[in-house]
Design a binder for this molecule. Structure first.
Ligand code: HEM
Ligand code: HEM
Length: 102
């Protein structure tokens, strides 16, 4: 959100995609998962720790990639690729946890 304010103040929206994903993957998606784990305690086990760890690592790596690419630095592409896969693996794991417990 601070990045959003900075973009507005500087009138430079190049990091819009980074801002969108930090908020939507990092905040909204993890908060929704947290609500699920709170509602369904059986889901809150070892796999949930893995989901959280992979999601956090994935977002961190993806963010580095998105930031670099936003400034046209193609050398950051591998970060976007690895971060994307970590993120989608974590989401797959969460889907599995949900299917197993509902
Ligand atoms: C203090 C709070 C926030 C500020 C000042 C802010 C500011 C901005 C700005 C300046 C942009 C770029 C707009 C553009 O270039 O068209 C943007 C885009 C965006 N923001 Fe925020 N934002 C805030 C919070 C949030 C939150 C909490 C979320 C999600 C939960 C969010 C999601 C998005 C998304 C998805 C876009 C991309 C929209 C598009 O592609 O048209 N923002 N925001
Ligand atoms: C592996 C995970 C993800 C990857 C690699 C990814 C990648 C991308 C890419 C490449 C764009 C186009 C950006 C551009 O045109 O400059 C985009 C846009 C967008 N994505 Fe994702 N995304 C992911 C997950 C998500 C999730 C989980 C959400 C929502 C919960 C989301 C919400 C959005 C929104 C709102 C936009 C339009 C805003 C913008 O253009 O910056 N994404 N995403």
């Amino acid at each position: 959100m601070l990045l959003g304010i900075a973009m507005g103040v500087l009138n430079d929206h190049r990091l819009k995609t980074l801002h969108a994903h930090v908020n939507l993957i990092g905040w909204v998606s993890l908060f929704l998962a947290g609500l699920y784990y709170r509602q369904i305690p059986a889901a809150d086990g070892k796999l949930a720790r893995w989901h959280f760890a992979l999601a956090t690592l994935g977002l961190a790596v993806l963010s580095i990639g998105l930031a670099g690419l936003a400034f046209g630095e193609m050398a950051f592409e591998p970060f976007a690729i690895v971060g994307s896969f970590l993120t989608i693996i974590s989401m797959g794991l969460f889907s599995w946890i949900v299917m197993r417990t509902s």
